[in-house]
Design a protein around this ligand. Structure first.
Ligand SMILES: CCCCCCCCCCC/C=C/C(=O)SCCNC(=O)CCNC(=O)[C@H](O)C(C)(C)COP(=O)(O)OP(=O)(O)OC[C@H]1O[C@@H](n2cnc3c(N)ncnc32)[C@H](O)[C@@H]1OP(=O)(O)O
Length: 385
């Protein structure tokens, strides 16, 4: 049947997309296929992650009930709002197409999740077990890639924890240097603003307290990281993804990258030790423009001010930086580690004290009307940076 559709399509010379559509229609999933797909999903050995689960939920509802018929949940009813958004996005997609898409997604998941659990042979090792990151180790370099490109690599609570886990693992593995970069067009859009919506029974005060503990531990991992740590800033960087750059040993940027710390706009205050490192790196006047007035820097400006080590044209960024990193990774690892220790040890105590103070100030800021209003405006689509 599918072959017949393909032959017919070729004879009347329709576009490639039309052919694909005919093929898919000819292969419409039966109710039995749909039920098998639901079982396949239940039997997955690995959690496919929230975004995929929402997609599956939406396709299931569309396939069984048709277009979204639920009243829209409130902005702070985060889970039901996410489900509603996912379902509502499918608009008037026919039930049969939703059923087919569900079957396709389930089958792609069972093949990709089963195969990704296998460790590749040779020196290129991929770490599995991360939802928000890709972690690989090759040629003496551990690469940690922020991997939520559809959300501009915003750092949700899970990603904070996974970055800490990946850094702890990298500090003990046999690589000589560690690289942090982003997947997609952004390096990172900073803290995921939906982190503010998941309020525990103890209320916002408890949330702010726990968040300050999390942030302090997160930044602490960068202060204490023992090997050379290099940022490959592949695109725009916002908020905490910029401030922690002051704790890296080298920062290479694409000329597409920008550096933005809009803390006052968000009713917040600096973190990542930037209230200390940025002043040392660029002097108080330039640091104030960034941290207090939220001035966004181009990669060239960030390099001129010492935050970035070197800027590369986007077209050659990956090739040029990887060539350089591979050369660095051949240097004697113990010498690099000890040199970093000598440089960092003089500052460590001070950095931990700055980190603690910044987190305690932020804990208060998160409870302010200025901060709450900024977050609600972003979540209700009234504002962007
Ligand atoms: C009680 C307190 C608890 C807090 C717990 C926190 C713990 C530690 C906190 C540490 C302090 C950190 C501070 C910071 O990092 S401040 C910086 C925060 N970041 C932002 O304000 C950026 C917000 N995003 C934007 O302004 C725009 O999205 C952006 C300019 C980055 C890109 O715009 P563009 O038009 O190109 O793309 P979209 O807006 O359509 O984005 C695509 C989707 O990605 C979602 N997105 C992007 N960034 C974020 C983000 N930071 N948080 C949440 N979601 C984000 C965006 O909503 C789109 O999603 P949808 O496709 O679903 O609409």
């Amino acid at each position: 049947m599918a072959n017949a559709a393909w032959r017919l399509a070729r004879r009347s010379c329709p576009s490639y997309l039309q052919v694909l559509h005919m093929n898919r229609t000819a292969m419409r999933a039966s109710q039995k296929d749909f039920e098998n797909a639901m079982n396949q999903v239940k039997l997955l050995k690995k959690d496919p992650g929230n975004e995929v689960k929402l997609k599956l939920y939406a396709l299931y509802k569309q396939a069984t009930e048709g277009p979204c018929n639920m009243p829209k949940p409130g902005v702070f009813d985060l889970i039901n709002k996410a489900k509603w958004d996912a379902w509502n996005t499918l608009g008037s997609l026919p039930k049969e197409t939703a059923r087919q898409n569900y079957v396709d997604l389930a089958s792609s998941l069972s093949s990709s999740l089963e195969s990704s659990s296998q460790v590749e042979p040779g020196t290129d090792r991929k770490s599995t077990g991360y939802e928000t990151l890709m972690v690989t180790s090759e040629d003496g370099i551990t690469k940690i890639t922020l991997n939520r490109p559809a959300k501009k690599n915003a750092i949700n609570v899970e990603m904070y924890h996974e970055i800490m886990r990946a850094l702890k693992a990298a500090s003990k593995d046999d690589s000589s240097i560690t690289v942090l970069t982003g997947n997609g067009d952004y390096y990172s859009s900073g803290n995921d603003l939906t982190n503010f919506t998941d309020i525990p029974p103890g209320g916002v005060e408890e949330k702010a307290k726990n968040s300050a503990i999390l942030l302090r531990e997160f930044v602490g991992c960068f202060i204490d990281f023992p090997k050379p740590l290099i940022a490959m800033v592949n695109g725009p960087a916002v908020g905490i993804s910029v401030t922690i750059l002051g704790l890296f040993d080298a920062v290479y940027a694409s000329d597409r990258a920008t550096f933005h710390t809009p803390f006052s706009h968000l009713g917040q205050s600096p973190e990542g030790c930037s209230s200390y490192t940025f002043l040392k790196i660029m002097g108080p006047a330039k640091a104030t423009e960034m941290l207090v007035f939220g001035k966004k820097l181009t990669a060239g400006e960030a390099c001129a001010q010492g935050l970035v080590t070197e800027v590369f044209p986007d077209s050659t960024f990956q090739k040029e930086v990887w060539t350089r990193l591979k050369a660095f990774a051949k240097l004697p690892p113990n010498a690099m580690r000890i040199s970093k220790e000598v440089i960092r040890n003089r500052e460590k105590e001070k950095l931990h004290a700055v980190n603690a103070e910044e987190c305690s100030v932020l804990q208060e800021r998160w409870l302010s009307d200025e901060c709450m209003n900024a977050v609600v405006n972003f979540l209700s689509r009234k504002s962007k940076l």
